[in-house]
Design a protein around this ligand. Structure first.
Ligand code: EPS
Length: 387
């Protein structure tokens, strides 16, 4: 079973992730992990923090000579901003925790519920961990998972389909084309006109001390038929992918394929008709409204998932809140933050999808080494071909 854990506070010394359960023999390219970390830092609408950080991974366990050992993999990312915060965030008893103390919880953030639940009177002790800074660790984990999946030619990408009221009109079906165009846009949007309008909306939100959310789409291609299972709720691939996406900070909803649009259509315009390609001896669907998943299992088409991110709760023109000590009304705490982080969230979305697909691949073809898994995988493909 594959599993990972992350640790680290937003302004603490570093973020750490431990991945357990990947097979031995996966080639790991550290530069490629750093490439994904840089992609997550980018995106129009990010705030001052990203000018401070330059996320780079440190690998301290589980990889030798460029290959996984099958043992737990430890990844760390240092927080450069730690230098400015060490007196406040230090683990030593003399930490100056009174500096930057937060007592006015931000509506929409974890501050109030977390403060009450963990019985903390400085809400910084909550917000430091609930911060989306943690997603840097998840992207490092996802980048390792992507390198594992690349051995099976699985390809994952993402693009932004909506920011505020601006939504792209036309969709592109070619996954590699989506990847190329998204990478060229400051907001990861494949439509040039929408890109400009999204950037204008972000400028407007920034000017008003406000924030903006949006919708991103993650796609995964070359997925073998039969990942996940119909037999039990917790093995359903769409359920597992949705769980992963919903666990990203600020994500409020997930769609698979047509998603909520299914409600508007007759069944005949929702379900994807099945055909057989005699030349290549394989089943296929002409449409992909199901987003590559039927009955909780991959059906061989591209997996298409969308997630909605709410606007970031830290507002420079703050909403009303209450001081947790005096109980009087005050403006919510103001923290330096991002105006819009939907393009970054899309990169995090790729990472969690890579992790969930890696889990499903290991469940189905699992072995202690990549070569053992590859034998299982190829045997299965031969079985599928004969079906
Ligand atoms: C975040 C607030 C901002 C973001 C941060 C998430 O950080 P700071 O409070 O240091 O300005 O930049 O995101 C990151 C640091 C990151 O790496 O994504 C928050 O409150 O969630």
């Amino acid at each position: 079973m594959l599993h990972y854990l992350t640790a680290g506070e937003s302004h603490g010394a570093c973020l750490t992730a431990i991945i357990e359960g990947l097979p031995a023999g996966i080639p790991i390219d550290q530069a490629d992990i750093n490439r994904h970390l840089a992609r997550r830092q980018a995106g129009y609408g990010r705030g001052g923090r990203m000018k401070i950080e330059n996320d780079k991974v440190i690998i301290s366990a589980g990889i030798r000579g460029g290959y996984t050992l099958g043992s737990p993999i430890t990844l760390s990312i240092m927080n450069k901003d730690w230098e400015n915060w060490r007196h406040i965030m230090s683990s030593a008893p003399d930490a100056q925790i009174e500096d930057k103390k937060v007592t006015h919880p931000r509506p929409g953030h974890a501050d109030l519920a977390g403060g009450i639940k963990y019985n903390q009177r400085d809400l910084r002790s909550i917000l430091e961990r609930s911060s989306a800074r943690e997603t840097a660790a998840r992207v490092a984990v996802g980048a390792v998972c992507m390198q594992f999946l690349a051995a099976f030619d699985v390809f994952i990408t993402s693009h932004v389909v909506q920011i505020g009221g601006i939504r792209i009109k036309n969709t592109i079906s070619d996954i590699k084309e989506i990847a190329k165009l998204a990478e060229e846009s400051p907001v990861r949007c494949v439509d040039n006109d929408a890109t400009k309008k999204m950037m204008q909306q972000i400028d407007l939100a920034k000017k008003q001390g406000d924030s903006l959310g949006g919708v991103f789409e993650v796609r995964a291609g070359n997925i073998p038929i039969g990942l996940g299972s119909h037999v039990h709720w917790e093995r359903k691939l769409d359920a597992r992918l949705s769980y992963g996406l919903m666990s990203i900070q600020a994500i409020k909803g997930v769609e698979v394929g047509l998603g909520f649009e299914c409600a508007e259509r007759f069944g005949s315009r929702v379900h994807d008709e099945i055909y057989y390609d005699f030349d290549n001896q394989k089943f296929y669907h002409k449409t992909n409204h199901a987003g590559g998943i039927e009955g909780g299992m991959s059906n061989g088409e591209d997996i298409i998932l969308r997630a909605v991110m709410k606007p970031i709760p830290t507002l420079l023109t703050p909403l009303d809140s209450v001081d947790i000590n005096t109980k009087k009304t005050y403006p919510a705490a103001k923290e330096r933050s991002d105006t819009c982080a939907v393009p970054a969230a899309a990169v995090v979305g790729e990472a969690v999808v890579a992790y969930e697909l890696s889990c499903a691949m290991i469940d189905k073809f699992g072995g202690d080494s990549l070569s053992e898994m590859m034998r299982n995988y190829k045997n299965y493909l031969a079985q599928v071909e004969k079906y």
